[in-house]
Design a protein around this ligand. Sequence first.
Ligand code: NAP
Ligand code: MG
Length: 404
Amino acid sequence: MDRIKMTVPIVEMDGDEMTRILWQKIKDLLICPYVELNTEYYDLSLFNRNATEDKVTEEAAYATLRHGVAVKCATITPNYQRMQEYPQLTKMWPSPNATIRSIMGGTVFRSPIVIDFIKPVVRNWKKPITIARHAYGDIYKSAEMITDEPGVCSMVFKGESGKEQTITVHKASGPAVWLGQHNYIDSIRDFARSCFQYAVDTKQDLWFSAKDTISKNYDGEFRKVFEAEYENYRSRFEELGITYFYTLIDDAVSRVIRSEGGYIWACKNYDGDVMSDMVSTAFGSLAMMTSVLVNPDGKYEFEAAHGTVTRHYYRYLKGEKTSTNPVATIFAWTGALRKRGELDGNTRLQDFGDSLEKACFNTLGSGIMTNDLVHLAEPGFKARGVDTDEFLSAIAAELDKLME
Ligand code: NAP
Ligand code: MG
C-alpha cells in the first residue's frame, strides 16, 4: 500500500515524561506505517522551553494560527517542586497551555471517549457530553475585600472619556465580604463563536446556561451575545438539523442528568470548572478524556486532557513495564489528522483517522486494555490488563486488518 500523503503540515508539539514516550511509540507503530507524516515539529519539553526561554511555545502557537491544526503532547507546568527536581531551570516557566491559549484565543472542549463496557455512573448517559468552559474572567480575575464595620460599598467606573458610572453594591449593617468581577464583551463573543463553530464541526446540539433571571445585566449580556452570534449560524444549524438551546444553569444541571448525552454544554468560567470535573468523573477515567482548543477563526489544537503521568515515568526510568493508557493521546492525533484531511479535502487522511479510532475500539472491545480501565469494566466483561507495549501492538494488529 502506498502511504497517505499530506500537503499541509500539522503543527506537532512534543512534550514531557511518560506521554513523550507514548508520543514516539504512537507515531512509529500506528501512524508512520500508513501516513507520510508531514509535521512542523516543536519540542515543548521543559528542557527545550528552558533552553529557548519559552520562545518555542510561542512559535508553536503562531504556527498553529498559520497552518490551522496542531496536536500537542502533555507537558510539565513547573511548580516549586519541579524547580527543585530540575535545578537547571532558569525560571518557573508558565503553563504552555495558558501561553498557547493566550495567543490563539478560543475555547477548550473536553469530551470523554465512550466505550460499551464502561458504563458511566449516570446510567442513561449513552453518548459523550462535551463541556466548553469560558476560560476568561468572572471570579478568576476579580477583586475581593473584607470590611469590619457598617458602611456603604459602591462600584465606580471611570471612563477614559471622563464619563463616570456609579452603583451602590450594598449598605452593610455589619462586617461583610465583597467581590468585584468583570468580563469583556469581546471575550464572550469569541467564546460564543468558538462554541457555534464547534457545534457545526461536530454536528451536535449546543446548550448554553447562565443565571440571567438573577444576574440580569451580567449573565443577561452573555445570553444576548450568544443569541446575536447564533443568527450568524442559524442557517447552518438548520441545514444540519442541530439546535441551539439556552436555559438557566440549574435547569441545565437537571436536564444533563436526565439526558442521554451527545451535545455540547457551554458553561461560564466557574460552572465549567466545576461541571467538567463532575462530567469526567461520572464518565469514568481521565485517561479517556480528549481536549481540543478551538479558536473563533476555526484553528484547532488537539490534546489529551491528562498530564504527563509522572508516576509511571519514574517507574519506566527504573526499567519497569508500565500500563499507561495511550488512548486519549492517540485520539488527539486522530482528531488532528481528520481535521487536516477535512480542511485539505484529503479523504484518505480522514478515513485513516476513523480507522485508527476503530482499531482502538476493537482492541478494547476484545478485552485487551491498560490496567486503569480493567477495574472500571462492567462485571462479567472479560477484561485483560496488559502493559503499554502489548496494548499498542494489539491496536497495531487491528489497524493492519482495517487498512488491508
Ligand atoms: P496526570 O499526569 O494526569 O496523572 C495523574 C494520575 O492519573 C496518574 O498518576 C495516573 O494514576 C492517572 N493517569 C493519568 N493519565 C493516565 C494514563 N494515560 N494512563 C494511566 N493512568 C493515567 O496528572 P499529574 O500527575 O497531576 O501531573 C503530572 C504532570 O502533568 C504535571 O507536571 C502537570 O504540570 C502536567 N499536566 C499537564 C497537562 C497538559 O499538558 N495538558 C495537564 C495536566 C497536568 P496512577 O499513578 O494511580 O496510575
Ligand atoms: Mg476544576
